[in-house]
Design a protein around this ligand. Structure first.
Ligand SMILES: NC(=O)c1ccc[n+]([C@@H]2O[C@H](COP(=O)([O-])OP(=O)(O)OC[C@H]3O[C@@H](n4cnc5c(N)ncnc54)[C@H](O)[C@@H]3O)[C@@H](O)[C@H]2O)c1
Length: 260
């Protein structure tokens, strides 16, 4: 039996990753680590188990890793470090100004970058040849934007760490890649859109404007888009791919906005 560990897999992109790993038969079961677990969708509930844990807390992640490996087996086949993002208060703080408070800067880096190290340090030593890791970065880590400096820096750090880890683990036969999602209307964008647009009722229109102005293909991305890419990168079809960052963004990182 093959199994994956997906952080932040309770909703949003993480749930898209869980669904794709199962439907593409990359693994048979998924252990979700999330600090806000909800019942999984009924049609896949028998193949998912939730473990409550905060990815920024080393002690919690150690305990969860012990629980997962004693239940599903000592050697996880796939690790998806997906939990991340921010909170509405953090987005508000970075909207108009160059300067976050140092405390909010630290929290972004803790959630989006340090967590990837904390979870990898606990899980990867338990993996053996043939296993795969996929980290969720962001186009924010590839392109300069005038706001969300700490988030962007942390996501760029995820790309750097993905490459380092790929080099370190190559000789062990373990692959490490990253996905860089573009614009997906999840809870993060509900809150970010409200901060940019100036109110919850303008969140969706702020998001739609970003899609319109930034995306050459002219349409938003979905959790399914991200899930399918992560499933590919973690599957044997990608057996010779490591250290790569795949943007799933409708062409945003090409850097030439097409529409106004
Ligand atoms: N939505 C987008 O447009 C977008 C774009 C680029 C990158 N991303 C990245 O994709 C990932 C998923 O984002 P999403 O849009 O699905 O957001 P989301 O808020 O819908 O989901 C995030 C999930 O992670 C969990 N989580 C958050 N902090 C956690 C913690 N400390 N410990 C354990 N679990 C935690 C949440 O409970 C939630 O289930 C994030 O890393 C985010 O930065 C999102």
């Amino acid at each position: 039996m093959k199994y994956a560990i997906v952080t932040g897999g309770a909703r949003g992109l993480g749930l898209g990753i869980v669904r794709a790993l199962l439907s593409d038969k990359v693994v048979d079961h998924v252990a979700v680590i999330d600090r806000a677990l909800v019942p999984p969708p009924a049609e896949i509930a028998d193949r998912i188990e939730g473990f409550s844990g905060d990815v920024t807390d080393e002690a919690q992640i150690h305990a969860v890793a012990e629980a997962i490996t004693s239940k599903f087996g000592p050697h996880p086949d796939v690790l998806c470090n997906n939990a991340g993002g921010g909170e509405s208060g953090w987005f508000e703080s970075g909207r108009d100004a160059e300067w976050h408070s140092a405390e909010i800067w630290r929290r972004y880096v803790e959630l989006n970058l340090n967590s990837v190290y904390i979870v990898s340090k606990e899980i990867v030593p338990r993996m053996i040849a043939g296993a795969a890791v996929c980290n969720t970065s962001s186009i924010a880590g590839m392109l300069a934007t005038p706001f969300l400096a700490a988030y962007a820096a942390a996501k760029a750090g995820v790309i750097s760490y993905t490459r380092t880890l790929a080099l370190q683990l190559g000789p062990k036969g373990i692959r490490v890649n990253a996905v860089a999602p573009g614009l997906i209307y999840t809870k993060i964008w509900e809150e970010l859109g409200a901060a940019i647009g100036g109110g919850a009722e303008r969140a969706r229109s702020a998001f739609d404007a970003a899609v319109r102005t930034l995306t050459p293909l002219g349409r938003e991305q979905t959790p399914e888009d991200i899930g399918q890419t992560v499933a590919f990168l973690c599957s044997d079809r990608a057996a010779n791919i490591t250290g790569q960052v795949m943007a799933v963004d409708g062409g945003i990182v090409l850097g030439r906005p097409q529409r106004t």
